[in-house]
Design a protein around this ligand. Structure first.
Ligand code: NDP
Ligand code: 2IT
Length: 446
């Protein structure tokens, strides 16, 4: 079996040289899926995995725009349309200087399995640009978004490909992108999700990824008769996912000790409460400031250039970016008695770190299951747009809860090891694969 997996990965590596994040994501999935495919005769000859790792289409384009000084700037825009077998392409846009084709292919690949797990009819895609919104005026961000959409509009649409937010793309950016699409096409449609509630957005979409992550953790704990009450939680990031994960943890009676940004992390031993979290939301979403200001305001420690994994906790939620939790961090977490690590970010834990969690038999929830709440509520936003109707907060929140419960059930179905240990990586990979595989088989060689 190992030989078979290595042969497959060798081929993928040759065809996608240098795309390290993509290769990392493919390797993790292949290790779960290849043994499973061998057990299912109709999957065996269909070369499904070979087809799934090849994007249906990749679009790369120039994004020229004028900055506030009147100078021309040029960025590179992308959309990776990975798989449309179960629905229109669906997935976020990332604006960050580290964006390149390999990063977006990894994210689009993960999205295919994640979207399938939600049970909603959404294919997988991802896009973005190497544009850095940090330090830019609203006017510059608008100019950039308008130029970006002036090319992207011809490749997306409510029944074709529906982008949303990700790192560096929040409500402000979605507004500018939507406005430009509407102007070019002359239509008001559900082409993007994460819209403002007043103009077609869904309640709970801003909260969905963070809330969904915590609902998933609750399902894990429930299985052992445990709960979040009194648990010490470390969180990385301080953006959309981190803020709402913190909010739900606090609501559930847990103690949130840390948050971070790309400059370092803050550690508040008294716990971040509701009013401190309001300060963070204002600092990050309105002032667009740095997390170290929290430490100055509340007189606690700031660790420049570090990530929060050395702080003793029961549960760790990496919610910033890929490969932010390494083997040494994993060892430290296990040594400190951590019982569960759940990924709010996409692929924040390295393969070596995950191997340590598995070996130590602590719970590990991979992003494609644990952070699927965001795209799930995006799917609910699409349904509401099609109906020209808006559901209440409770309706959306209850649907989100039940989707996270169902994802947990799917993981249980496919992920139980012989000794009873719940391997959520295996469960999520196989559970996400099956629906896509069956749809691909039904639709022929396309
Ligand atoms: P935001 O842009 O709102 O926040 C990102 C946070 O992560 C910021 O605190 C940012 O710090 C930090 N960060 C970003 N890049 C780096 C880096 N290279 N090194 C250190 N810190 C970094 O993004 P989101 O909260 O939306 O996304 C966070 C993660 O969650 C991503 O992996 C994303 O793919 C994933 N995700 C997001 C979903 C969503 O609905 N938004 C859904 C599912 C997953 P700084 O401000 O200093 O850059
Ligand atoms: O990684 C993700 O799932 C997202 N950034 C959300 C995608 C979406 O379409 O809502």
């Amino acid at each position: 079996m190992t030989e078979m997996i290595n042969q497959f990965l060798d081929k993928v590596q040759k065809r996608n040289a240098g795309e390290s994040e993509f290769l990392q994501a493919v390797a993790e999935v292949a290790e779960s899926i290849i043994p499973y495919i061998q057990e299912i005769p109709q999957y065996k000859s269909a070369r499904l995995l070979e087809r799934i790792v090849e994007p249906e289409r990749v679009i790369i384009f120039r994004v020229p725009w004028l900055n506030d000084k009147g100078d021309i700037e040029v960025n590179r825009g992308f959309r990776v349309q990975m798989n449309s077998s179960i629905g229109p392409y669906k997935g976020g846009l990332r604006f960050h200087p580290s964006v390149n084709l390999g990063v977006l292919k990894f994210l689009a690949f993960e999205q295919v399995f994640k979207n399938s797990l939600t049970g909603l009819p959404m294919g997988g895609g991802k896009g973005g640009a190497d544009f850095d919104p940090k330090g830019r005026s609203d006017n510059e961000v608008m100019k950039f978004c308008q130029s970006f959409m002036t090319e992207l509009y011809r490749h997306v649409g409510a029944d074709i490909d529906v982008p949303a937010g990700d790192i560096g793309v929040g409500g402000r950016e979605i507004g500018y992108l939507f406005g430009q699409y509407k102007r070019i096409k002359g239509e008001f449609s559900g082409v993007l999700t994460g819209k403002g509630f007043e103009w077609g957005g869904s309640l709970i979409r801003p909260e969905a990824t963070g809330y969904g992550l915590v609902y998933f953790v609750e399902e894990i704990l429930k299985a052992t008769g445990d709960s979040l009450v009194g648990k010490k939680i470390t969180i990385s990031g301080s953006g959309n996912v981190a803020q709402y994960a913190a909010e739900k943890c606090i609501e559930r009676g847990a103690m949130v000790l840390t948050l971070s940004d790309s400059e370092g992390f803050i550690y508040d031993p008294d716990g971040i409460d509701v009013s401190k979290l309001e300060y963070i939301k204002h600092l990050k979403n309105t002032d667009r400031g740095r997390i170290k200001k929290y430490a100055e305001k509340y007189n606690c420690s700031f660790f420049p250039g570090e990530r929060p994994w050395k702080i003793k906790c029961d549960i760790a939620l990496p919610n910033a970016t890929q490969n932010e939790l390494h083997a040494d961090d994993a060892m430290q977490l296990v040594k400190n008695g951590c019982i569960c690590v759940a990924e709010g970010a996409n692929m924040p834990c390295t393969p070596e770190a995950i191997a340590i969690f598995h070996k130590s038999r602590i719970f590990f929830a991979p992003g494609k299951a644990a952070n699927a709440g965001g795209v799930a509520v995006s799917g609910l936003e699409m349904s509401q747009n099609s109906q020209r109707y808006a559901w209440s907060r409770d309706e959306v929140d209850n649907k989100l809860k039940s989707i996270m419960k169902d994802i947990h059930k799917i993981c249980l179905k496919y992920g139980k090891e012989k000794d009873g240990y719940m391997n959520y990586v295996k469960g999520a990979n196989i559970g996400g694969f099956v629906k896509v595989a069956d749809a691909m088989l039904a639709q022929g060689i396309v």
